[in-house]
Design a protein around this ligand. Structure first.
Ligand SMILES: NC(=O)c1ccc[n+]([C@@H]2O[C@H](COP(=O)([O-])OP(=O)(O)OC[C@H]3O[C@@H](n4cnc5c(N)ncnc54)[C@H](OP(=O)(O)O)[C@@H]3O)[C@@H](O)[C@H]2O)c1
Length: 317
């Protein structure tokens, strides 16, 4: 791609939230080769520096003047957000991102891509600071004069994710998983690599769009967790909980400082709103989750054997 006014140089993309998070890492891989990237987040990584990325160490909540950071920028992609916290945490982040949107508008930035989330149950949309502030940022962008894509992916998976990797590790360690209700609600996991390709495609458009993005298959949650057990060669065993019980468990984990699962995530999951239809329009088929689950299980296998497991040796292929 070659946005207007950039001549033959590689477009300068401002990555807000940087290249160390789940989505940021995939974006660096996908867009790094043909974009110049300026990365803004609180703790730039050695990897970014080794890739020759222009790293700016900054906290979005504290940036008052985005002007210097936006100098020469063609496109903004924002991935910065937190997974949990109170309004004291989310409000300054939303304010900082709104200042960024206004500054991008004043500078007539070519395109702004915002990573958002799908629709959640009404009480989460109305009251949870995570969501209320997220929607505030989405609205600020939609009400600006900028060309934009607001991308709302469902649950993402990839190395180091908080979904399948956590399920695999939990099942491998405890030989059972919690099941919330009947498990018949849906989720259509999307590979983070596919999301990065979606971002590339959305960058190439003009106009103002919001797009929901699911993976190729809407799985019943219970079938997905059964797949996890198959991959680690264990019979499926569940700690059966009601959805409310699941939320209580998540709250308890949170109290003990764990970030494995938050109560709103259980509520959202069981509300059956995460089985989004597949994103259409990529030049390659969307990845299937089975491949990732199998490969991750193989990666875990040596650790399981080391911790006293009795799995047969496997050859990675
Ligand atoms: N993961 C999913 O399943 C999923 C699904 C749907 C939508 N999304 C959305 O996709 C986006 C990225 O998600 P992710 O899973 O990649 O999150 P992540 O792994 O937590 O990464 C978020 C990044 O934001 C940066 N960040 C956070 N607060 C910041 C601040 N105040 N100033 C500057 N940078 C800040 C963090 O870097 P530092 O800590 O170094 O600052 C981190 O690299 C989020 O908007 C999320 O809501 C994710």
């Amino acid at each position: 791609m070659n946005p207007e006014g950039t001549g033959s140089r590689r477009p300068l993309l401002l990555l807000v939230g940087g290249g160390t998070g789940l989505v940021g890492r995939a974006l660096l891989e996908e867009l790094g080769p043909d974009h110049q990237i300026r990365s803004v987040h609180r703790a730039p990584s050695a990897r970014e520096l080794s890739l020759g990325i222009d790293c700016i160490r900054a906290d979005v909540t504290l940036v008052r003047d985005w002007g210097p950071i936006l100098e020469d920028v063609d496109i903004v992609v924002n991935v910065a957000w937190y997974r949990q916290g109170s309004d004291r945490r989310f409000r300054p982040l939303a304010e900082g991102l709104t200042r960024l949107i206004k500054a991008a508008e004043a500078r007539r930035i070519h395109r702004f891509v915002q990573l958002s989330v799908p629709t959640a149950p009404p009480d989460i949309e109305a009251h949870l600071p995570y969501m209320v502030r997220k929607r505030e940022v989405d609205r600020a962008l939609a009400e600006s004069q900028l060309d934009f894509s607001i991308i709302c992916p469902t649950m993402l998976y990839g190395p180091g994710d908080k979904l399948l990797t956590v399920l695999l590790r939990t099942a491998a360690r405890w030989h059972r998983l919690p099941m919330f209700g009947d498990g018949q609600y849906h989720v259509s996991p999307l590979a983070v690599r596919d999301l990065a390709r979606i971002v590339r495609r959305e960058l190439s458009f003009g106009g103002r769009t919001s797009v929901r993005a699911g993976g190729p298959v809407a799985w019943k949650y219970r079938d997905l967790t059964d797949l996890v057990f198959t991959a680690i060669q264990r019979p499926p065993r569940y700690l059966q909980l009601t959805p409310r019980g699941g939320m209580r468990l998540a709250r308890l984990l949170e109290v003990f400082g764990s970030s494995l699962l938050y109560p709103y995530e259980v509520e959202w999951l069981v509300s059956d709103r995460l089985g989004l239809p597949p994103y259409v329009g990529l030049d390659r088929p969307l990845e299937h989750v089975e491949v990732f689950v199998r490969e991750e299980a193989q990666r875990l296998a040596p650790a399981r054997r080391g911790s006293g497991g009795h799995e047969p040796p496997r050859v990675r292929g």
